[in-house]
Design a protein around this ligand. Sequence first.
Ligand code: SF4
Length: 491
Amino acid sequence: MSMVAPEQIDYRQYLRLDMMPHILCPGCGHGIVLKAILRAIHRLGLRQDEVVFVSGIGCSSRIVGYVDFCTLHTTHGRPLTFATGLKLARPELTVIVITGDGDGLAIGGNHLIHAARRNVDLTCLLLNNAVYGMTGGQGAPTTPEGMRSSITPGGAIEPAFDACRLALGAGASFVARGLTAQPLQLDDLIVQAMQHRGFSFLEVASDCPEFFGRYNDLGRGPEMLQAQRSHVQWLGAKLTDKSFVPGLGLDVPHGGAAPAFDAGVLHREERPDLGALLARRAAASPPRARRPEIVPPAAGTAGATAGNGSSFAGPVRIRLAGAGGQGIVLAGLLLAEAAVAAGRNATHAQAYGPESRGGASKAEVIISDGEIEFPCADRVDALVALTRVACDRYLSLLEPGGTLVVDGDEVPLAEGMDFACHALPITATAQRVLGTAMGANLVALGAIVALTGAVPLEAAERAIAVRRPGGSIERALRAFRAGSGLALRHR
Ligand code: SF4
């Protein structure tokens, strides 16, 4: 990113003026952060359509409602998940996540550590005011010991998170802490965080006079900012007076102890971010087939039924079901991966019982040349059932005229059903070609691929070769080809 010469900034050019006046309380530190972010973006010379703000829920997340950029105001604790998907899909965008100490460390704490571990190329600003503001001043994971909140009237007894040490321990490649009391230094930190390639974590000590200040007799905004200045030590500069540390310092008013904190850049390292690693892997993978032209399906069918899938359009919804341990989920995954390798769109959903062996197991795969709007289906076009229980449970979901494949030795089929029924010796075939029932999933996969044409046979074989189910490509392909052969003879 290049820098533009600092100049007088007209904040209004970056704000949604129709959203004003804002709802932040007088003296709230979050407004200071908002202006610091806008100054940082202005200094970096970024256009508004190049920057996306993503937030969760809370007072800090309201910032995203006021900025005139691309914005996503998401669910509580989840901004990093939305931002991760966005950044991977649109790596050219600058993605800034705004979260709070409750949103980012409690409800979304798990997402924070994994975004840091993965080194997703995001700039994450965690505005820490040591309290849940929007919901009424409840204690947060960063409420220091001894400090009061609406749920800790006698003072918090739990130790508080050190957000920066948490991010550092989880693998963030840039970690810094800034203050609302030092807004110009905050600008610099935001600029550095945005320039860093990888997961940049910037904790901003903000102030909530409405709740944290009031519950702890810390005064209003100006007094709370003064308190911040008094107990912070910028890295390299020792604090001389650590005794006046209301809210966060050594000598807290209601007992307990919390260390004075460091501000500035605490950690910086260069390592490949997740997008770069994925791009590297993709470059080393065989090229994905060109997406075929969408051909409208013939009347009364969801797609083609030819074994090579050449005129497929979809969507085709396929459910595979059986018992835990039969490899149902893996078969579904291979089917979806084959579809993607063939240039189609696919989703894969799975469900199985708590037992590793013997419980119910199912996988649902939707394949289409067009967009797939939802990854689950109420009705299916094809059902593969390896057990009687699975067949009984899911048969009612099968569309009239749909394809039914069952293990003929396990599932008795009634006469006169309104489906294309294929009772095949699936498990027995696995036993015959592999010497074990393990592999029935691949036999079933071969059968359903051959019968529906939802993916070309060669794409399925390629998917098998990549994943190596059972550890042997040769054995896996033998089972798959036995299944497709069975089906083609049975058609
Ligand atoms: S409740 Fe606290 S954090 Fe929320 S807007 Fe008011 S002062 Fe700011």
